[in-house]
Design a binder for this molecule. Sequence first.
Ligand code: SF4
Ligand code: FES
Length: 336
Amino acid sequence: MPKVTIDGVMIEVPEGTTILQAARMIGERNKADRHVVPPAMCYYTNLKTSGGYCRSCLVKVSKGSDRDPRPMPKPVASCRTNVMDGMEVQNTTSPELLDARKGVVEFLLINHPLDCPICDQAGECHLQDLSYENGTEASRYEFERRTFVPIDIGDTIKLHMTRCILCYRCVKVADQITDGRVHGVINRGDVSEISTYIQNAVDNDFSGNMIDVCPVGALTDRTFRFASRVWFTKPEDAHRSCERCSGRVVLWLKGNEVLRVTGRKDQWGEVKEFICNTCRFEKKDLADWKVEGPRHIDRHSVIGQGHYELETKQQLLKAPAPNVPELVRNKELKER
Ligand code: SF4
Ligand code: FES
């Protein structure tokens, strides 16, 4: 099995593993080593042929392999480059690489509006995290940015093309998860856009997964739009018996109100089990679900900073405990 070293951390991985996957294996093995994991805006483990579009996962290969130790002449997309035995990779330890990644972020933000204060994706947006961690303070772009009028693609999904970074993830979902390919990216270069044929996909039982895979706020859930900032909601794992999907979801609650239902995302922000539209859009009553407990959001974004898990623990601890001031008052009343 080939051995690869990323930012000085070594791992042995199965043949055919990409640098990004190897880095994630290191991050899963030891949380303290997560800095070796490059950001990824278009790669998605459960979507075949994803990756290779956004370039945010660039890394520097400072040693090709034991057999051919020459460095690779330019940064490579880690989601599309397989590891070789003895390979050495730099993710955060190369200043040129960090500079190249800044350039990628600048490109991704050329047309993307800075409307985070009114965007439903704020707080769980991968582009927000990427630009915060890897971007520059200002853009050098002086030309007119392209804009689109947001459109409703069916009853439940809003397409805000201005925010799209053309990662192709939603196209892969439509292609691989829904029945029949009905949309894609039309045109090329700076006039590329997600085709409005996407409207035909919304009848499909699994089309809502396009919302979950979209790394930015280009595809949003119309049943949740503007209902609440996501950090004011409480994510709870829940399940129901469903004949179309696993029925294992995350409920985003405000009090006992179910504001939104999504798939469960892992530490890399990817859904492992895609859910059907019935679970996502039609089961908004808490009684429809068996709640398992607070969802741990294993990301560094603002939701991960919420205290909902602690609050739930405190509630559980408090619930059976006697209310001391009340006991004292009762005792006083009895004594009177
Ligand atoms: S709409 Fe979202 S998921 Fe689809 S290509 Fe654009 S950014 Fe990617
Ligand atoms: S994640 Fe590798 S190119 Fe987009």
